[in-house]
Design a protein around this ligand. Sequence first.
Ligand code: DHB
Length: 367
Amino acid sequence: ALAADPIKVGLIVPMSGPFASTGKEIWAAVKLYQQLQGDTVAGRKVEVILKDDGGVNPEITKRQAQELVSRDKVQVLAGFGLTPLAFAAAPVATQAKTPMIVMAAGTSVIPQRSPYIVRTAFTLPQATAPMATWAARNKIRSVVTLVADFGPGIDAEKTFTKFFTEAGGKIVENLRVPVRNPDYSPFLQRVKDAKPEAVFVFVPSGEGAALMKQYNERGLAAAGIKMIGTGDVMDDELLPAMGQAAVGVISSHHYSAAHSSPENKAYVEAFAKANPDMRPNFMSAGGYDGMHLLYEALKKTNGDADGDKLLAAMKGMSWTSIRGPVTIDPNTRDIIQDIYIREARMVNGQVYNVEIDKIEQVRDPGV
Ligand code: DHB
């Protein structure tokens, strides 16, 4: 290809179906990045081709990845809203030697599925371990875990159980809820009957409001069973609708719209201006940083989009993200980042995850 040809990025995310909020947040962030930074880098135009995979059928994601590579000749694949979808596309990236930027999916093992995967999202063990340690230190002695029954949920369950138990806490029960059409109420009834001091929850982005509603309706809050979890359940996109019911919930995560830094203030303002009815959530952060990683890598290669050269440029890259300082671990290709403990509070009449503690430069601890 001529140096002046556009660089094509195939962005595969769920824009419809039960996980559409993930795709919409990532797409909004990708567009915003190009609006703010320009659509040209190192003399080459960056053209993003958006594909909606619907979020539930890995075969669709895989076929879209194949078509993007073979027909559209994209030099980069990006997106991947859920773990099974990232797994399905990984062999395509390997075969085509195409960098695959995972902006959303959070199961620990994902980057091991292809040497061409780089992740700008987070991992569930990375976010969960600090929550377990915090809970044990803050006099929570018994916990029931309640997680969505697939990769990230199982990672969260295992990590919470390991770190909480090691810190002297007691796990009363591990409960797993189906991912498709979940009904949380029978599981929450079991939690209520088990009478733990807290319930640790993981559900995918977009599901938190339904869980919170049933947690309150089943009387768990009234029974004094605290809700704690990774920030997925306290998704910024859903917080305004959860309202007062969410106040007081403690969660651990890598991004909050309330993160106090000049970079994030500018981001949240620009995002709100471009998308008046949305609040940027952690999925948007994965998308925004994924674009940043690509742009900076292209600067380093002087616009050469060869897969191996781009990947080499991405490894070890550090920058000040909207979430704080981050680095792509050159060995694991996973993101190293600060994890924050946050408390949901009313700020100017709206609920936000306000950061109250920070664990610096956390790597995926594995499980
Ligand atoms: C995954 C999906 C989510 O919506 C989320 O919040 C975290 C992880 C996943 O499928 O890996």
